[in-house]
Design a protein around this ligand. Structure first.
Ligand code: DNN
Length: 814
């Protein structure tokens, strides 16, 4: 099954009819719109679709039961599909499901709606009106409300307002519910009512606030209970007149124009962007307008993007296609695009506070989040939370914290040159301070102010090569040989490996490097690591975790190397940093990206400073927290204001971010607790571990990925082009053999990226693709924490086909 696409065809104007409430006249308005479009666009077809209809099978809307209902409310009586039959002759009409049918899934409904729309578009130009059930939040068969059910299809909306007592409120509430879910309400239609005058109020309200027109029509004639014939005649007359009314013609003309305007705007975006936007991480001289992908919207794991051939495509070709968000929107995405509970959290905090000043003040979301994140990370060292905006700024703060703590501990003067200790290929942010924490590399070699301030150690890397997990030891760690493991859990089984003494060779290497630098008079103020995975440095399943663990323990156990302790009253306990403050940059790897709440837990370590962003807010808004131990915090305590951490972003601890983060953490924790990733864990990963386990006493670490182990192994066997591959949590990284030298500037992964971008056409008119970023010769695909087994299967198949096609037709794409 292909992912569900947004409904947009050039020749088919599709509108979704939502009601401010049930019983407000959705069917009557839809029948009038159908009838009118039939008479205005005579050569075109008009279709009406009711995806789900209320009532049991025998009293289904499809059956002609009009006038036989026992209810006496005029609109309820008319709320049947047979209205379309009777009052909008020639309209193609279909009801897909009845509520009474058992177990109709959301996917079934959405796929059927898509298929119906696709068939209509293929049949020729026209209109399609899709009538939802009840009010905006009336539940669908699965329980999902109407507004949430149809988000993926994202049709523009005709909102039928409520003309009764209380209707102003329900109409505005319905509008707001639709709006915060990203729907474009193109027009509001409502019956006139002399008693309440809702239509006048709503006209002013929507036109003035949102520039949205309101069309008001007189209500249908009251029911004639004495004569069926009379009743039907007067109703026919009502429909005939209203379908010819100027207000309805104007409404349809407006909807027709809006449809064309939406397509024109979408198709013009890339060219305009090419002239106006300065893109990040992009050599724009090499960028053509056509390379820029226009996004209409995003939902779940997919963007809805304009197809490359949209302007030349035949009329019935869909203009939008689902594009799997393969970089998880630069590693931020965790809980799906358009996640309405996150949206509501953001809206709630924006409504309650907007943004408020933080220095010297406190608000509930910040305090709650601080408590929650400290509890969640289960790191006994961490006591304090500093808020900033994004990973770079959070890391800048971490560096300031760590260096100050070291300077105070070791009694260095403020002008002492202090370096950091790190790993080659590390990347901690794009701002100058954090760039200086990285060794010289492609990202910083042409940055005028870059001045690397550190010593960076080499390390062994892990990847699956030809079906085996290899720990590849660089020549710098000379005496050690590459090691091969049958599964990844064995690599992460640090206790056993330590018991076997495998760390000793790492200790000697670390000591020899440190000695060289310290003997040259260098001073270090922090050990900064991206635990387990190096992100921008090439998506490296870093150093054998045993190496990172050994490095941290070595630094902590050999404090005297770094300087004589100048703090006479220092109380040493297991919360006090030793040797160097250990900073973990978990901006990318933390908060379940790798399947666990912290990446530190893979190493069995507690850092003194820990930085978290990206998944912290589920990928909705930027926010970063830098957590520190009390002992780091104390380094800033004095009677002098100038000793304080003089740092604070304007949007520090913005309530919207904090509230969204609370919601995200709750959702992620609940996914974890309720076994939502069990399908992935059993996808080869934990079976292998358990099989190996039977003869072992202690349980082994739980290592798994949403990307099946069989896929990882299969890719690793494509040895003529693949140098190695790994997967952990929601990340899959493929390192390709590169003739042009590996690294960020390599073009080796471009061919595979393009293959994924070209995508799949699974059936006529049904296409989807994968949007991904490459890091030179490394192509990675990152799901969200809500990516489904089905989505993973589709992408896995596409990857396999991509590799196989290239073999068959011998295209050298890397
Ligand atoms: C997004 C991330 N946090 C960094 N700011 C950028 C990392 C380098 C990405 C390079 C690229 O996608 O071309």
């Amino acid at each position: 099954m292909s992912p569900i696409g947004t409904l947009l065809w050039r020749n088919l104007r599709i509108y979704k009819i939502y009601g401010a409430n049930t019983d407000v006249g959705k069917t009557i308005f839809t029948s009038i719109l159908c009838n009118a479009s039939r008479s205005i666009w005579k050569d075109e077809a008009t279709a009406y679709l009711k995806p789900v209809s209320t009532g049991s099978d025998d009293e289904a809307d499809d059956k002609s039961r009009m006038f036989e209902t026992k209810k006496h409310n005029v609109l309820t009586d008319y709320d049947t599909c047979s209205h379309i039959n009777k009052f909008a002759k020639g309209v193609i009409r279909q009801t897909l499901y009845q509520y009474s049918q058992p177990a109709i899934s959301n996917e079934q409904i959405l796929n059927s709606v898509y298929k119906f729309a696709l068939d209509r578009a293929a049949a020729g130009p026209g209109w399609l009106f899709i009538e939802t059930a009840g009010g905006v939040h009336s539940p669908s068969p699965s329980g999902t409300t109407q507004a949430d059910l149809y988000t993926a299809l994202r049709c523009p909306v005709v909102l039928v307002g409520d003309w009764k007592l209380g209707g102003i409120s329900s109409t505005i509430s319905a509008f707001e519910s639709l709006r915060i879910r990203g729907y474009d309400v193109e027009i509001v239609v409502v019956f006139e009512d002399a008693q309440y005058g809702n239509s006048d109020y709503l006209k002013n309200y929507f036109e003035q606030r949102y520039g949205i027109a309101v069309t008001a029509l007189p209500a249908p004639p009251p029911r004639n209970t004495y004569s069926k014939e009379q009743d039907e005649r007067s109703l026919l007359e009502y429909y005939r007149k209203k379908s010819q009314a100027k207000a309805i013609r104007d409404t349809l003309t407006h909807l027709d124009r809006q449809h064309s305007a939406r397509i024109k705007a979408l198709e013009g975006m890339s060219a305009k962007a090419h002239r106006k936007i300065w893109y990040p991480f992009t050599q724009q001289k090499l960028l053509q307008p056509d390379d820029i992908v226009a996004i209409d919207s995003a939902y779940g794991s997919h963007f809805q993007t304009l197809t490359p051939e949209s302007s030349t495509a035949s009329n019935n070709k869909s203009l939008l296609q689902p594009s799997f968000d393969g970089s998880a929107s630069w590693w931020t995405q965790g809980l799906g695009h358009g996640n309405s509970s996150l949206t509501l959290a953001a809206a709630y905090a924006a409504g309650r506070y907007g943004h408020v000043m933080f220095a010297g003040m406190i608000h509930e979301p910040a305090l709650k989040l601080a408590t929650m994140i400290l509890d969640s990370l289960r790191n006994p060292r961490l006591d304090r939370v500093f808020f900033s905006d994004n990973g770079s700024t959070g890391m800048e703060v971490a560096v300031k914290m760590a260096l100050r703590a070291s300077r105070v501990r070791y009694g260095w003067s403020p002008d002492t040159k202090i370096d950091i200790l790190g790993l080659k290929g590390s990347y901690h942010g794009d701002t100058i301070g954090t760039m200086d924490c990285a060794e010289p590399n492609t990202y910083n070699e042409k940055v005028e102010w870059y001045e690397g301030k550190g010593a960076w150690l080499d390390y062994p890397q892990i990847q699956c090569v030809a079906g085996k997990w290899q720990v590849e030891v660089p020549s710098e760690i000379a005496t050690c040989q590459n090691q091969s493991f049958s599964d990844l859990s064995d690599v992460f089984d640090l206790e056993r490996r330590r018991a076997r003494g495998e760390h000793k060779v790492y200790e000697s290497y670390i000591l020899s490097i440190l000695r060289q630098h310290l003997d040259a008079g260098r001073k270090f103020g922090a050990l900064i690591l991206e635990p387990v995975v190096l992100g921008a440095g090439g998506m490296v399943l870093v150093s054998d975790p045993l190496f990172q663990q050994t490095l941290v323990l070595f630094v902590r156990q050999n404090a005297s190397l770094f300087g004589p302790d100048k703090l006479p009253n220092l109380v040493e306990d297991d919360k006090t940093w030793s040797g160097l403050p250990v900073v973990f940059d978990e901006v990318f790897t933390g908060i379940y990206r790798l399947g666990r709440v912290t990446a530190a837990s893979f190493l069995g370590l507690h850092p003194d400073i820990s930085v978290h962003a990206k998944l912290l807010t589920g990928g909705l808004v930027p926010l970063c927290v830098t957590l520190a131990s009390e002992c780091i915090f104390d380094a800033f305590a004095s009677d002098e204001k100038s000793d304080a951490l003089l740092h604070g972003h304007s949007y520090t601890a913005h309530p919207v971010g904090c509230q969204v983060a609370i919601q995200s953490l709750n959702q992620l924790q609940s996914l974890d607790k309720t076994g939502s990733w069990d399908w992935a864990k059993s996808n080869g990963w934990l079976q292998v571990a358990n099989e190996t386990q039977t003869c072992l006493a202690e349980p082994r670490p739980e290592i798994w990925s949403i990307w099946p182990l069989s896929l990882v192994q299969w890719i690793s066997l494509q040895t003529n082009r693949v140098a190695g591959v790994w997967a952990l949590g929601s990340v899959l990284a493929i390192r390709l053999n590169a003739a042009d030298g590996s690294g960020y500037t390599s073009t080796a992964a471009e061919g595979l990226r393009k293959k994924l971008l070209h995508g799949v056409s699974s059936a006529p008119g049904v296409a989807w693709n994968v949007h991904s970023r490459v890091l030179g010769n490394v192509l990675y695909i990152m799901g969200s924490q809500l990516t489904t087994e089905q989505e993973v299967k589709e992408i896995s198949d596409l990857l396999r086909t991509g590799f196989e096609e290239c073999l068959t037709i011998k295209i050298l794409w890397f």
